[in-house]
Design a protein around this ligand. Structure first.
Ligand SMILES: *Cc1c(COP(=O)(O)O)cnc(C)c1O
Length: 365
């Protein structure tokens, strides 16, 4: 079986070091927000080139806390994409704000920046672009619109740790970036974890206060906050894995090259593109299959021992809690009917890709 993701293969040759690190933390007696978290925050900030990095409990919490720290709340509108993991939209509603969905660019699956301006109202306060599957959103256009209309920009970088936009690390272009360390992400922990990156001292201070029950000084809460702290074990594991993230992203890019070589010539298949401004880090390898052929391709791959998934089957604006009557987003809905994600990660070999390509080539009419 070729798994879709295989996080354990990334640490096969780090097991001795992991043992040492875990023993060190267990013996230290400090398990939440201690020296490992501080060291990881510093190392992550240095890697990203951001002034601050604040560890939190998940990528979802990173989005919620960052929105709160940006001052977004009830009565505000936030523009985002319907084509993402649900947490992007959920976070907006969790802080009491309203979601304004804008359709996607069919080539990158990211926000169609041409359509943003017409959705800006007097209540719009922020834009929340997602760097979907590891490919940068078109940040210059988003930042220009934000500047012109006085909007905040929060980047959802859950799927793009180490990806870049014109040489800048994703998550450092807007007012803040929200990262996830869910195990299958580019930098994955062995549990939940997340991070907020920002250059702004006030946003960083507020995020730190919010992650610990809204208390500046312990046991004196000034705001209603969250219990959303990164723990020492996850931070120690992330420190070790951070040293490998570039290498693993390069391996992901190699796998994508093999897929393109092997699948690019098939009439029913449209491999994902990479814009000149982006370094794609392929958290997912999501291609399009011609309408009507996807089920057959997916079934043949399953028979051949290849795991696949559909990211995303249901655009968020069609999910019950987020449904807006009369809202049709043509490209997001079309993508949902065509996409198929293939195994992606450092575990995928060139032989796996050959096997997958062969199976796909005989699976459709
Ligand atoms: C994974 C993911 C999240 C949420 O991260 P968690 O750590 O699972 O809470 C948010 N947005 C996107 C685009 C994601 O892929």
């Amino acid at each position: 079986m070729i798994p879709l993701f295989d996080p354990k293969s990334e640490v096969e040759d780090l097991l001795d070091e992991l043992d040492d690190v875990i023993r060190r933390v267990v013996r230290s007696g400090r398990y939440i927000l201690g020296p490992e978290v501080s060291a990881f925050e510093q190392e992550a900030a240095a890697y990203l080139g951001s002034k601050h990095a604040i560890g939190v409990n998940s990528g979802t919490d990173a989005l919620v806390i960052a929105l709160r720290a940006l001052g977004i709340g009830s009565g505000d509108e936030v523009i985002t994409t319907p084509y993402s993991f649900v947490a992007t939209a959920e976070a907006i509603r969790a802080v009491g704000a309203e979601i304004v969905f804008v359709d996607i660019d069919p080539e990158t699956f990211n926000l169609n920046v041409e359509q943003i301006e017409s959705h800006i109202t007097s209540r719009t306060r922020a834009v929340l672009p997602v760097h979907l599957f590891g490919h940068a959103a078109e940040m210059d256009a988003i930042l220009q619109l934000a500047e012109a209309h006085g909007l905040k920009v929060l980047e959802d970088v859950a799927q793009a740790f180490g990806g870049t936009y014109k040489e800048s690390q994703l998550g450092t272009l807007g007012d803040a970036g929200a990262f996830s360390f869910f195990p299958s992400k580019n930098l994955g922990a062995f549990g939940d974890g997340g991070l907020i990156a920002t250059d702004d001292d006030d946003i960083a201070d507020m995020a730190r206060v919010l992650r610990g029950h809204g208390a500046k000084n312990r046991y004196l809460s000034e705001l209603i906050g969250y219990n959303s702290r990164l723990d020492e074990l996850q931070a120690s594991i992330l420190r070790l894995k951070l040293r490998r993230v570039d290498l693993n992203n390069e391996k992901r890019r190699n796998v994508a090259d093999w897929y393109r070589e092997q699948l690019g010539g098939l009439t029913a298949i449209q491999p994902p593109g990479e814009k000149a401004y982006a370094k794609h880090v392929y958290q997912c390898y999501t291609l399009r299959v011609s309408v009507g052929q996807r089920a057959a391709v997916q079934a043949s791959l399953a028979d051949a021992g290849v795991a696949t998934a559909i990211y995303y089957q249901t655009p968020i604006h069609l999910m019950p809690p987020y449904r807006q009557p009369a809202l049709t987003l043509v490209e997001a809905e079309r993508a949902a009917g065509e996409v198929l994600s293939l195994p992606m990660g450092p575990h995928v070999t060139v032989e796996d890709v050959q096997h997958i390509a062969k199976t796909v080539s005989v699976s459709y009419r």
